[in-house]
Design a protein around this ligand. Structure first.
Ligand code: NA7
Length: 536
């Protein structure tokens, strides 16, 4: 492969965008493969999601050791996670440790947001411009910009008029935020909102939760990792890595082997109790096999969870509001909680059901809903993200013949293996749309490995340009779209389909084909010398 431009310090083989879990791994792999690489990061530190989402209570809901990197046994050996589900500061610390441990920091430019990335047909290179006006040329661009990186604020009139403090969970400041003794509102009850709420409830003078949609929250069941467990984790690293590398969703949880109505009502109730007390995502991955495929089965589990909510929340009216009525378990991303429902028993906590009293406007003093104005000192917007495509669509990406990615994907993303799209040669986006549907770093790591192998293959075979083959892209995208329709539990009402963003095309944004299929196709691509890609 020809170097991009001799003697040009602004030219590299690979530009990686985003210093999150995926981007850092891509930087590591590209450098280890002998490419020159620069990583551009909008934030002032590493972490991506774990840099920006530093709100009180932010933590993993995948087990820490299954979320971290597995490429280095030494790294695994020397880093000791404190809890099964680590809090944000620990994760940010881990990612900083990784960057220093592998000497990656000197390849990272912080505080630069990419404003455009334009492909030049003649040279087969990309020009990447950042917001300070400087530009980099690169043969390959890997946009590791994540799926949850563009925070959304609701379109409520007057948001700017509020004279108190306001914060978005996904843009939480690194400087301390003092909430003690203040009248605080949390808007939104997705995974972020339900982590903030119990964490701040005791410190604030009043906490008002604005809920539009109740979610099927179940206990995270977190715990410190005991010294014995630490030893077992270390001793079992290779077998754990093997399990995670082959697991359908990137978790260690064992799938169940029975369907809901194989069991008697009594057995079912005992099993659900076991599920309720099990860690994190196992309620989804180790539950009855028909949970997501049979409405009656799903309803059994939902009834059980509703019973738990009624049992925890003292006020029956509040309990009813906290029980989802418009979607089944798994249809939205299920949040995992610690002491969430219990929080509503505190005298300083109240719930506003926006389905009964919609938000009218934000005033200088607080939030006005149809039933009146509540005065506030702080509003916390836990209102989610432009999921999947948000960051890529805002990066000013232009492919062949000046084609804008925003036009190319006007009706939703089209991808091949969730890593590339036609007419955008040498641009890859592991960890983006169609990437994952489970424990993200495991899927995203598979994709980074694939991208790295692909660009190494091109270099070794004297090719300078790699482009997804259109028919192969159609096949993969068709499979993703069809797969998303297969399960009756997955309606189109969640951000998985872009439903939280007005005007966004309703297209499935996760990888419905599953990780085993991704693995099979990756193996097929390698064996066939990447038959689904066109090389120049
Ligand atoms: P989510 O899961 O998208 O949740 C956003 C929440 O904000 C959800 O409860 C929304 O209600 C609510 N929301 C959004 N817009 C409004 C308006 N206009 N008014 C009131 N409430 C609103 O984002 P999170 O940050 O909690 O979690 C994102 C991911 O982080 C999560 O999936 C995990 O992977 C970790 P809605 O359901 O739209 O009615």
């Amino acid at each position: 492969m020809e170097p991009v431009r001799h003697g040009d310090h602004t030219a590299v083989d690979v530009v990686v965008v985003g210093a999150g879990v995926t981007g850092l791994y891509q930087l590591y792999r590209a450098r280890e493969a002998g490419f020159s690489a620069t990583l551009l990061e909008a934030g002032d530190g590493v972490g991506g999601t774990w840099y920006w989402n530093r709100y009180p209570g932010a933590r993993f809901d995948s087990e820490s050791y299954t979320y971290g990197y597995l490429f280095s046994p030494e790294l695994f050996e020397e880093w000791e996670w404190r809890e099964h589900f680590a809090e944000q500061p620990e994760t940010e610390g881990y990612l900083n440790h990784v960057v220093d441990r592998f000497d990656l920091r000197r390849h990272v430019r912080f505080g630069c947001r990419v404003t455009s990335a334009v492909y030049d047909d003649e040279t087969g290179t990309w020009t990447v411009v950042v917001d300070d006006g400087s530009a980099l040329r690169a043969r390959f661009v890997v946009a590791a910009t994540g799926v949850l990186s563009v925070p959304c604020f609701p379109d409520v009139p007057g948001r700017e008029a509020f004279e108190g403090e306001s914060y978005h969970t996904g843009l939480w400041p690194a400087t301390p935020v003092e909430l003690a003794g203040k009248r605080v509102a949390v808007v939104g009850t997705g995974s972020s909102g339900v982590q903030v709420i119990p964490t701040i409830a005791d410190a604030v003078s009043s906490l008002t939760v604005y809920q539009r949609t109740a979610n099927w929250c179940t206990p995270l069941n977190n715990a410190p990792i005991t010294p014995e467990e630490q030893r077992a984790l270390r001793a079992g690293f290779e077998s754990m890595r093997e399990t995670l590398n082959t697991s359908p969703h990137g978790f260690l949880h064992e799938p169940h082997d029975r369907a809901t109505f194989d069991d008697s009502a009594e057995e079912r109730s005992a099993f659900f109790e076991k599920m309720w007390n099990s860690p994190g995502f196992s309620k989804l991955t180790s539950n009855y096999t028909d949970l997501l495929f049979d409405e009656a089965a799903n309803a059994e589990w939902c009834d059980f969870v509703a019973g738990k909510i009624r049992g925890i929340v003292d006020d029956p009216e509040t309990a009813e509001k906290l029980i989802p009525k418009n979607h089944r378990f798994g249809e939205h991303r299920p949040p995992f909680v610690t002491g969430y429902f219990e929080t509503y028993n505190k005298p300083n906590v109240s719930l506003v059901d926006l389905t009964q009293a919609p938000m009218v406007r934000i005033t200088a003093r607080g939030i006005e809903t149809a039933d009146g104005e509540r005065e506030l000192d702080v509003i916390i917007w836990a209102t989610g993200f432009d999921f999947g495509t948000g960051a890529l669509m805002r990066m000013g990406i232009q492919g062949r013949d000046g084609l804008l990615l925003t036009d190319h994907w006007a009706n939703g993303p089209k991808t091949l293996l969730g890593v590339q799209t036609t007419r955008f040669p040498n641009l890859f986006f592991p960890g983006g749309p169609h990437a994952a549907a489970g424990n993200n770093p495991r899927y995203n790591g598979d994709q980074v490995d694939f991208v790295t192998d692909l660009i190494v293959y091109a270099r070794d075979h004297g090719h300078s340009t790699i482009e997804a083959e259109p028919a192969a892209e159609d096949d993969w995208t068709g499979m993703i779209d069809r797969g998303a329709q297969r399960s009756p539990s997955f309606g189109e009402s969640s951000y998985y389909f872009g439903a939280n963003i007005p005007g966004k095309p309703r297209k499935y944004l996760l990888n419905s084909a599953g990780r085993p299929k991704l693995h099979a196709m990756v193996a097929e691509e390698k064996a066939s010398h990447y038959k689904s890609f066109i090389f120049f």
